[in-house]
Design a protein around this ligand. Sequence first.
Ligand SMILES: [Zn+2]
Length: 239
Amino acid sequence: MVSFHPDAKFLTDFAAGNLALSEAICVAAHLEFCSKCRSHVQQLSDLGAQLMSRLEVEPMPVDEQDAGDDGFDALMQRIDAGDTGMSISPAPAPAATARVSSANPLGLPRVVQKLASEGVQSLKWGQFGKSLRIAPIRIDSESRETALYDIKAGGQMPEHEHRGEEITVLLKGSFSDAEGKYVKGDFVVRHAGERHQPTATLDTDCICLVSLEQPVKPSSVWYRLLEPLVQYRLSGLSN
Ligand SMILES: [Zn+2]
């Protein structure tokens, strides 16, 4: 059962279209697993619509109204457009939950399938040590880094400290760290200065969608050995 959710600010900013695309994708992925947050976003959207109607603003052009019918479609358009600055419409997130099908063997959220339209396996996966693979996703020019992480069953990520906010959405499997255990759908936020060392559970691989505000600071020898690779991966981004 999902027990870690985006806070009220994330949901409000999502409904208002104020999140960076990388963060919005993480919230959208969570919403596909979480009916509670979907209904919160719906309420916020309804409230926003009421406020707008009280302000008696000019009616939106028809094509924008269409986009407003489904926040998910608007997000997809934003991804297609490479984030042209169009806001995510104040509309409910998709009601459909991620389903396992032949076209989507891992049952990943639609927003993630969209990012990897040729299939998740077609992404450029880099191997880091025995148990960690990372596939960077370039989605826009913002300074956040977006990536899929695949931690082998029982595998441990290097301990690391964050220089900025990190959002992790669990898409498959589960992992734990000193703070607790996280399962599919959980939306976990870590802040600058926090250190942790996630470990995938023994029975299954763990796949996460990760949005990083800043590159992490390595805090173990093991990770320092990997740093040239990691820095290469991050080149052209925030540093
Ligand atoms: Zn939720």
